[in-house]
Design a protein around this ligand. Structure first.
Ligand code: HEM
Length: 403
């Protein structure tokens, strides 16, 4: 049983919190739902409070100052302050419109049969292997193939993407040791060079894009007469590659781990595969790939309970906590693949709502649906290793046996 957590501080969390944050999140929600950390920032664990923050136009995502202090002037700083996710309008609006214009429903429809083909090919490989690491042999490959294809990344670079992405995203954790910072900077430099060359190539050969590729629309697209500069293009493509595969890898792996841990739900999904759509939503709720978000209050904000956070407050939203708030989800720790409605905020809401949510859901539905159907005897095959990060929930290794 947990004792007094008044001393909890998000900036000094331990391994136990990373492994299973939920007992702590429940305690915080009940006893300190607007929890102040030692640095004055607040950590919100109630669904209604997180929703209010995400829906308010006064809450800012721009992290130029914060990242200036955290990173100094370095490639990680350039990357994270040029990505749309950490910017506000008007820059955010321009980049978002350009990306949304590239990821159209038509492009996504074109992708669906490609996704089915890639999944079936991967499942054949899984079948041949019998014993495998779900992460490296399946879960990372599908989203990497899809987003790399959409951004025109040649095959020879694809296996490097997860390393780059973990190094770059790992630098966003509350505590970043110097070696992790150095790895993040090196990843941005290498990745930028690769993308710069690819973009130059596509500029010179605008007609060479394959059907379904979106890089060309990002290079040549305009919003209000403005197109992206080379640096903006490079950094936002790196962001898209990271956003497009890291979280989706975790969605698939977290889902299969959840099924292995809940045989009744696994059996139900095998017996009634039509539950796959609600099942994907439930996996996103109980093990949200992105667990913590941030906003800076650009004006005072009154939360639904009447508490006011003053302008200038740095806010951490607990997506994981909100998604298990008993005020919104009955019996929130129970996994129920038929849960409906399911108002989780794994993709958040508001002006930064995930631009890849539709793509991720399609990938999840096809990959998980076909995996479950094809491998009814799947079991764990040794210890799992979870990602050693508080912000992202997933695994570095998940050994399984499929027959
Ligand atoms: C299960 C998979 C995914 C999850 C859980 C997820 C989650 C999220 C979340 C929580 C945000 C908002 C972050 C914030 O503003 O604080 C976000 C933003 C974003 N995501 Fe995803 N994402 C997923 C897959 C994808 C995919 C596949 C793509 C691209 C193809 C993508 C592209 C983006 C982009 C571009 C943004 C920034 C939107 C903006 O700032 O306006 N995501 N995602």
């Amino acid at each position: 049983m947990l004792t007094d957590l008044r001393a909890f501080d998000l900036n000094s969390i331990d391994r136990g919190f990373i492994e299973n944050p939920h007992p702590t999140l429940h305690w915080l929600r009940d006893n300190s739902p607007i929890h102040t950390n030692a640095d004055g920032s607040v950590y919100l664990t109630r669904h209604a409070d997180c929703l209010k923050v995400y829906q308010s136009r006064d809450m800012l995502s721009d992290k130029t100052d914060e990242f200036g202090k955290k990173f100094g002037q370095c490639p990680l700083h350039t990357h994270h302050t040029t990505s749309l996710i950490f910017r506000d309008p008007p820059y955010h609006t321009v980049v978002r419109k350009l990306i949304a214009g590239a990821f159209t429903p038509r492009k996504l429809a074109e992708m669906e049969s490609r996704i089915e083909g890639i999944v079936d090919g991967l499942l054949d490989r899984v079948d041949d292997m019998g014993e495998l690491d779900l992460i490296s042999d399946f879960a990372t490959i599908l989203p990497t193939e899809i987003i790399s294809f959409m951004l025109g990344i040649p095959e020879e670079y694809r296996e490097k993407l997860r390393g780059y992405s973990l190094a770059i995203l790992g630098a966003l954790d509350p505590i970043v040791p110097p070696d992790r910072m150095a790895a993040g900077n090196a990843a941005v430099v290498e990745f930028s060079k690769i993308l710069g060359d690819l973009i130059d190539h596509r500029r010179r050969n605008p007609d060479g894009a394959a059907e379904g590729e979106v890089l060309e629309s990002l290079i040549f697209g305009e919003h209000d007469g403005r197109s992206l500069t080379q640096e903006e293009l490079i950094q936002n493509c790196i962001f898209l590659l990271n956003a497009g595969h890291e979280t989706t890898t975790s969605m698939t792996a977290n889902a299969i781990a959840t099924l292995l841990d809940h045989p009744d739900q696994h059996q139900l999904l095998m017996d009634e595969p039509d539950h796959i759509t609600t099942a994907v939503e439930e996996f996103l709720r109980v093990q949200s790939p992105l667990q913590i978000g941030n906003r800076l209050a650009g004006a005072d904000i009154e939360l639904p309970g009447g508490e006011v956070l003053p302008k200038g407050t740095y806010i951490h939203t607990s997506i994981a906590g909100a998604n298990r708030d008993p005020a919104v989800f009955e019996d929130p720790d129970r996994v129920d693949i038929t849960r409906k409605p399911n108002r989780h905020i794994a993709f958040i809401t508001g002006i930064h709502v995930c631009l890849g949510a539709t793509l991720a859901r399609v990938e999840g539905r096809i990959a998980l649906g076909r995996f479950v159907k094809r491998f009814p005897n799947v079991t764990g095959n040794g210890p799992r290793e979870i990602l050693p990060l508080a912000r992202f929930r997933g695994f570095t290794s998940l050994p399984i046996r499929v027959r």
